[in-house]
Design a protein around this ligand. Structure first.
Ligand SMILES: NC(=O)c1ccc[n+]([C@@H]2O[C@H](COP(=O)([O-])OP(=O)(O)OC[C@H]3O[C@@H](n4cnc5c(N)ncnc54)[C@H](OP(=O)(O)O)[C@@H]3O)[C@@H](O)[C@H]2O)c1
Length: 274
């Protein structure tokens, strides 16, 4: 029996996540498609000969159930790709009482990673890849109003969540030296994420930008390439390592954010309360 490496990709039903899952499956990896859509999830898993893990990043209960199902079925996870992400034009709240973008793009990625860390640590060279964005450079962490009850704008919430992923990557690398934690900007890519833009702009953008396959390539590289072996806590703009924004290099903020996220998901973390 060959010991195929296992990779879990969240948000694998469209865009960059779908193409990432497709490339990895084509290369013989055991791919787990994390998906919320009851129709496209099974369809994609079938098409890619991958396994399906039902996962709604807007619900902590769903994230925990997914982590439990995964951990029950498989002891070991080699790579976790936190790819699922949204832009929401309107401020919406989840069933858990969090602003939708903050929970989907960041808090649930944090929770999923924490719940799957024991599985990751059973792998020989585990990696966590956080799909962030150059948008993090325009982001800030408004400590007094993380859920943006004042001054909500879709892009503001998005950039904040992407900065949070950069800080999370940094702190995860510090706390889990056996894990490689990497963040990246996959490129400006033609995907459904541009749905949040006004229609004519969406059409224009989607006509001009490179395909989702192009966005998947740097994600796949960070997930499996020996070229990045030994690196952790780093940020990449596609294939090139770069410094993230100064706000993404602040260790005190990274530690503070970890604490905030831990508190937000505390009742879903089980024993792993730190
Ligand atoms: N495209 C770009 O130019 C660009 C640039 C920088 C960074 N990124 C990042 O790249 C990542 C992938 O985005 P994309 O561009 O490929 O966009 P996309 O085509 O819209 O794909 C987003 C994926 O996330 C999933 N998702 C959204 N909400 C979810 C939830 N609550 N639970 C589970 N899955 C959920 C979507 O599932 P459904 O199909 O069910 O909606 C979809 O599979 C995102 O993190 C995005 O921020 C993209």
């Amino acid at each position: 029996v060959t010991d195929r490496k296992t990779v879990l990709v969240t948000g694998a039903t469209s865009g960059i996540g779908l193409e990432t899952a497709r490339i990895l499956s084509g290369q013989g990896f055991r791919v787990i498609v994390g998906a919320r859509d009851a129709v496209r999830g099974p369809a994609v898993a079938g098409e890619l000969s991958a396994e399906l893990l039902h996962l709604d990043m807007a619900s902590f209960a769903s994230v925990r159930r997914a982590a439990e199902r995964f951990s029950g079925a498989t002891a070991k996870l080699d790579v976790l790709i936190n790819n699922a992400g949204i832009v929401s034009r309107d401020r919406r709240m989840t069933e858990d009482g969090h602003e939708l973008t903050w929970q989907t793009n960041f808090l649930s990625a944090f929770l999923l990673t924490r719940l799957l860390t024991p599985c990751l640590l059973r792998a020989e060279r585990p990696r966590v890849v956080n799909v962030s964005s150059e948008g993090h450079r325009a982001g800030a962490i408004p400590w007094e109003d993380l859920e943006l009850s004042h001054g909500y704008r879709g892009l503001r919430a998005y950039c904040q969540s992407k900065l949070a992923l950069v800080l999370f990557t940094r702190e995860l690398a510090r706390r889990e030296p056996r894990l490689a934690a990497l963040a990246l900007h996959p490129g400006a890519i033609s995907t459904n994420i541009w749905r949040a833009a006004p229609k004519p702009l969406e059409w224009l953008i989607r006509a001009i930008l490179p395909s989702a396959q192009s966005g998947a390539r740097p994600v796949v590289r960070l997930a499996i390439s020996p070229e990045v072996e030994g690196l952790t806590g780093r940020y990449f703009k596609r294939f090139r390592e770069m410094d993230p924004a100064p706000a993404g290099r602040n260790d005190a903020d990274a530690a503070r954010l970890w604490q905030v996220a831990s508190d937000s998901v505390a009742s879903f973390l089980g024993g792993q309360s730190v």
